[in-house]
Each structure stands twice: as C-alpha cells, then as structure tokens.
Design a protein around this ligand. Structure first.
Ligand SMILES: [Zn+2]
Ligand SMILES: [Zn+2]
Length: 264
C-alpha cells in the first residue's frame, strides 16, 4: 500500500499539532505541575519506543535498501555508506543542539540564568528546529518505504512531540518571553516538522533514491533525540522516581506489541 501526498501531509500535520499542544500545556495556566508529571512518563515511553523503532524497524529497512544489489563483502561495503549517514545525522544534532547552542535539555527549563541572554534561547530553539525538521523527514521517508513502517515510525516520533513543544515553550518563558511568544515558538517547531515531511514528499518525485539517504540520516537524528536528549532527562528524573526509568522498558514493550499487531 503506497501512501498518497495528502496522507503524508495529514501525518505531518498531526505531529506538528502535538508540538503546539505541548506548548499550550505549559502556557495555559493552572495545570503546569500535573503536565510536568504526565510529560516525564511520555518522555520515558517515547525514548524506549524510539530506540526500538530505530533498531528493529528503520535500520533493518535501511540495510534492505542498501544491499539490494549485492551480497557478502559488497553488501558490507554498501552498508558503510548507510551507517555513515546515520552517524552524520547523530553528529548534526550534537553540533546544533549542544556545540553551537550550549544550553539545552528536554523538559521544563529550570535554569533561567542559562537562557536569560536573548541569544541563548534562540540558539537552543534553532537547534531544535533542525532536529524537528528531521522528525518530519523520518515520518515521510518511513511512510514511503511502506505504510506499516511509516505508522510505527510516526508513533515513535509522535510520542516525544508533546514534551518537545513543552520544552520549547519552557525555554521561551524562562528567558522572559511572553506566553504568546512561547506558543509561537512551539508552533514554529511544529511547522519545521511539517516542512520536513513536505521536503521528502517533493524530493521523492525528483529522485527515487531520496529515501535511501533520508532514512538512515534521519534515523541518526532520532537516535540522538532518544539516546542523548530523552534518556538523560529520564535519568535525571529517576533520581527521585525509579518508575520513570521503568517506563523506558515499557516503551520498548509497547513497540514490540504494536509491531506484531501492525506487521503480523
Ligand atoms: Zn536548563
Ligand atoms: Zn523531535
């Protein structure tokens, strides 16, 4: 079953809306504490689910695409290309979220001293814009491989979208911006996700091999988000509440269950 352009846009829009909802959860008054508690479980669930999706879904599909024209030593050599793209995707986010933008972590911003300088908050959000663009690329590339892979990768990305919107809004508020600007920032990262989906959908028409490159590269970005953004946040929360870390395994289990239901 091949997904149509409209279908891709729909899934891209859903992921973008989840970013905005995450931002609104923070900026709408009253429910802040409750949301923080709910979102930390979502971060843990998303981390486990994303890790499983990368290793059990995206990497096998990538290897399949890159080894369709050879076996043995030739296949191994071809896979080096794919794994180089994966590593490059991972390092791109290290560069933009942490090398060029020194202060960034997922969740509620509790270090206003680090983001009070106007440039610090915008650098952090700039890094997130690049990452969320590739969230969209992941979704579109997976759906183009096939609908079932797309659905699993979409769920994986969706699970961290609300915490992501919350994170962005929280950086804006901590740096002294208004609620309106915080909402605009979560809208912007949603828009970047949507643009990522559109970019792949358009490029696919120009070159059939776009998915072969987009899939491993965006998997590297997703690996960074899961293993180096979300897991550290889980480990930070786990000091007070060991349940949060257990939920990571729940995310992996949920992936296996959905994988069996969708592909089985
Ligand atoms: Zn901080
Ligand atoms: Zn993301």
């Amino acid at each position: 079953m091949e997904i149509r352009f409209g279908g891709l846009l729909l899934f891209g829009a859903l992921a973008a809306v989840a970013n905005l909802i995450g931002g609104l959860l923070l900026t709408s008054s009253g429910a802040h504490k409750l949301n923080d508690r709910f979102l930390k479980y979502l971060v843990a669930l998303g981390a486990g689910f994303m890790l499983a999706a990368i290793f059990i879904e995206i990497v096998p599909e990538t290897v399949g695409i890159w080894t369709s024209e050879g076996t043995g030593a030739t296949a191994a050599e071809n896979i080096i290309g794919a794994m180089t793209l994966l590593l490059a995707g991972y390092l791109l986010i290290q560069l933009f979220e942490h090398t060029l933008a020194p202060h960034f972590h997922f969740g509620a911003e509790t270090h206003p001293e680090s983001v009070l300088r106007p440039s610090a908050a915008y650098k952090a959000i700039g890094g997130l814009l690049i990452h969320t663009f590739f969230d969209g690329v992941s979704i579109a590339a997976a759906f183009i491989v096939n609908f079932k892979v797309g659905l699993l990768v979409f769920i994986a990305i969706l699970l961290h979208k609300m915490p992501e919107g919350f994170t962005v809004a929280s950086i804006m508020l901590a740096s002294g911006r208004s609620r309106k600007k915080a909402n605009l920032a979560s809208l912007a990262i949603g828009a970047a996700t949507f643009v990522g989906v559109i970019a792949v959908a358009i490029l696919k028409g120009k070159s059939a091999s776009v998915v072969a490159y987009a899939l491993p590269f965006s998997a590297g970005v997703t690996l960074y988000v899961a293993a180096s953004d979300l897991i550290p946040e889980v480990n930070h929360k786990e000091e007070k509440n060991p349940m949060v870390s257990i939920v990571v395994f729940g995310g992996v289990a949920l992936f296996y269950i959905l994988h069996r239901l969708i592909e089985g």
